[in-house]
Design a protein around this ligand. Structure first.
Ligand code: ATP
Ligand code: MG
Ligand code: ZN
Length: 481
């Protein structure tokens, strides 16, 4: 079954939810035939960047445009919707970071469109390009071919060089409001014959934190789990949430330093088969709500939990880690523990010592856990293995784990390709975030520059499909790579 978020990808500007400023600018440009040669679509994930790029591409290639809206029926519109149109080229910069790819792109861009009127290059995660690749891209942006429009999409605008930004028109996508997401969910639920209660949909809208893709994924998850009648409880269960009662018990236990109760709550959640990171996530959600309604005493606690959430995914034994972290946290919380010693100097000293011990404890757990990560067994190239060893001892543990979890790692010259299967999305994201740090680690160990590219398997599939189409089109003359 096609996923809901794919099925309900808006096909025209009027279907796109929110992003009014972006829509206004693009619609006017299309109507006045003043479309720029290069746009940057910047903003959070799942808010409509790729969707809008494709609508723009359709509007530019449609044979039967109505105002600024693509007709949706002509050959170009249909082919673009199906993802098979030859003149829309989507490139993922996270797995094509180098100058060679951009050079190839520049060359290809100079040829006229094959099927349509305008070639549209959509470069996703453009901030991942190397410096050299950006320079090559800059040259193209300085003298763009007449028949080409670039859409550079990014979730990290601040990582895009100013020279590139100044050549593009920047359109900023925003997180969607809870209300807009709720309405869209309601609309889609009705179309699919899903009878979902209002509080269920509102809960999903809130939890999606502004991302429409996440919201639709949650609706779908619940639908598959509970069928067409959906209550708030169904959502909580389908998403494997622990629920507000448990969260409150947990926080009470922390605040009153009730070690037994802390352990109880963690054990209960664990035994019910739920992911412990969910408990942490929900605790943070709850604390943030409390803070926003004036309970500022929770600020420190919420900060601690953010760190825990970040660390938790790197531990195999999450239960052990969460217990240790929770218990060590409640000592900081309980003022009576701190004021029990009269000599303040002594108190400070012992607190420092205490903190050091706790840190060391945490680190010990880390070390044990880390060793379990299966580094061998996957035929990792020797150069990479050395770096992994280095990272384990003195580098960034999150990069260490990400590299250790990769499904495939290939080296060719100075280019390293790291491939993750879909279920290792978390590690893929971590490495993508820390790619420059990872490259530094390679430099430290081997004394020369490497370029790392990351790829998640899903994207590879798509690329393969398009390549196949190219091959048949050129009667088998397309190159293998
Ligand atoms: N503004 C929106 N209006 C309606 N649906 C949306 C909107 N934004 C996202 N969606 C839904 O989420 C899905 C993913 O959106 P899209 O691919 O455009 O996100 P994106 O901004 O490119 O995200 P990413 O940064 O992860 O690439 C769409 O197929 C659609 O179902
Ligand atoms: Mg996208
Ligand atoms: Zn059309």
């Amino acid at each position: 079954m096609e996923s809901l978020y794919r099925k309900y990808r808006p096909k025209r500007f009027s279907e796109l939810v929110g992003q009014d400023h972006v829509k206004r600018v693009l619609i006017r440009a299309i109507e006045e035939e003043k479309v720029s040669h290069a746009y940057i679509f910047a903003g959070p994930r799942g808010t409509g960047k790729t969707t809008t790029a494709r609508i723009l591409a359709k509007a530019l290639n449609c044979e039967n445009r109505q105002g600024a809206e693509p007709c949706g029926k002509c050959y170009a519109c249909k082919a673009i919707d199906e993802g098979t149109f030859m003149d829309i080229i989507e490139l993922d910069a996270a797995s094509n970071r180098g100058i060679d790819e951009i050079r190839k792109l520049r060359e290809a861009a100079s040829f006229r469109p094959i099927e349509g009127k305008v070639k549209v290059y959509i470069i996703d995660e453009v901030h991942m390009l190397t410096k050299e690749a950006f320079n090559a891209l800059l040259k193209t942006l300085e003298e763009p071919p007449e028949h080409v429009v670039f859409v550079l999409a990014t979730t990290n605008l601040e990582k895009v060089p100013p020279t590139i930004i100044s050549r593009c028109q920047v359109l900023e996508f925003r997180n969607l409001s809870e209300d807009l997401i709720y309405k869209r969910l309601k609309e889609i639920a009705e179309k699919e014959g899903i009878n979902a209660s209002d509080d269920a949909l509102k809960f999903i809208a809130k939890r999606s934190m502004g991302g429409m893709r996440d919201a639709l994924t949650m609706l779908e998850q619940t639908w598959k789990f509970a069928g067409s009648e959906i209550s708030l409880k169904d959502v909580e269960e389908a998403l494997g949430l622990v629920g507000i009662e448990t969260v409150k018990r947990y926080i009470d236990a922390l605040v009153s330093s009730d070690v037994n109760e802390i352990v109880n709550v963690i054990e209960e959640v664990y035994r019910s088969g739920k992911d412990l990171s969910v408990l942490v996530q929900e605790t943070i959600d709850y604390l943030l709500e409390e803070i926003s309604s004036g309970r500022y005493e929770y600020i420190g606690l919420s900060k601690e939990f953010l760190t825990i959430l970040k660390d938790l995914r790197f531990f195999e034994n999450k239960k052990l880690y969460l217990k240790t972290a929770s218990i060590s946290m409640c000592k900081n919380l309980n003022p009576s523990l701190k004021s029990s010693e009269k000599d303040t100097k002594k108190t400070v000293k012992s607190e420092v010592k205490q903190e050091k011990i706790e840190k060391e404890e945490r680190f010990d757990i880390a070390k044990v856990e880390m060793q379990k990560v299966n580094v061998e067994a996957r035929g990792i190239p020797k150069e990479v293995d050395k770096v992994i060893e280095y990272l384990k001892e003195e580098g960034d543990l999150s990069i260490y784990v990400a590299l250790s979890m990769a499904d495939e790692i290939h080296i060719e010259g100075n280019k390293i390709k790291v491939i993750f299967s879909n279920e290792k999305k978390v590690h893929y994201e971590v490495l993508k975030q820390k790619i420059f740090e990872a490259e530094d680690a390679f430099k430290k160990v081997h004394g020369k520059d490497y370029m790392i590219e990351v790829e998640s398997k899903e994207e590879t599939q798509r690329t393969k499909k398009i390549k196949k189409k190219l091959m048949t089109l050129f009667d088998g003359e397309g190159e293998e790579s």
